[in-house]
Design a protein around this ligand. Sequence first.
Ligand SMILES: [Zn+2]
Length: 142
Amino acid sequence: MEKITQCPVCEKEDCLVEIHEDIRVEIRGETIHETMNGYRCKICDSEFEPPGEDYLDRAYRKYRNIKNWHQPEALINLREVILGLSQKEFGDLLGMDEQLIRIYENGGLQSYTHELLFNLLKLYPSSIETARRMFECFKEKE
Ligand SMILES: [Zn+2]
C-alpha cells in the first residue's frame, strides 16, 4: 500500500493510522467479503484508500469470477481484438452509450443483460456483421 502522511480531507500532516478493515459488500444479492486497505485520520476521523487501492473494484472482480462474467480486460479484448471495433462503434451496434462502454472497460459492473450480449458476441463474433448491416439499414430509414 502506498505510504501517505497527509490527510486528503483536513490536509494535516502525520495524523494517519493504517487500517485493514474487513468489509462486506452487497452486490445484487451476493455478499462479497473484501478488505479495505487504507488510512484513518486521527484529527478529522476520515477514512480513505490511497491511490492504487480500490476494495470495490476487487469486490466487483470477485463477483464476476463467481458468475464467470467478463472482467474489464476480457471485455476490451472482445471489442478490440475479436470484433475490431471502437468504443463508439461497439456501443452503437449494441444500443449502448459509448460512455457506458467506457465505464464497463474501466471496472464498472455490467448489467446481466449486457453480459449476456457480450457472451453471445464471443460465441458468434460474426453476428456483429449482421448487427452492422441492420444498423445501417435502420439508419437509412430514419
Ligand atoms: Zn484528516
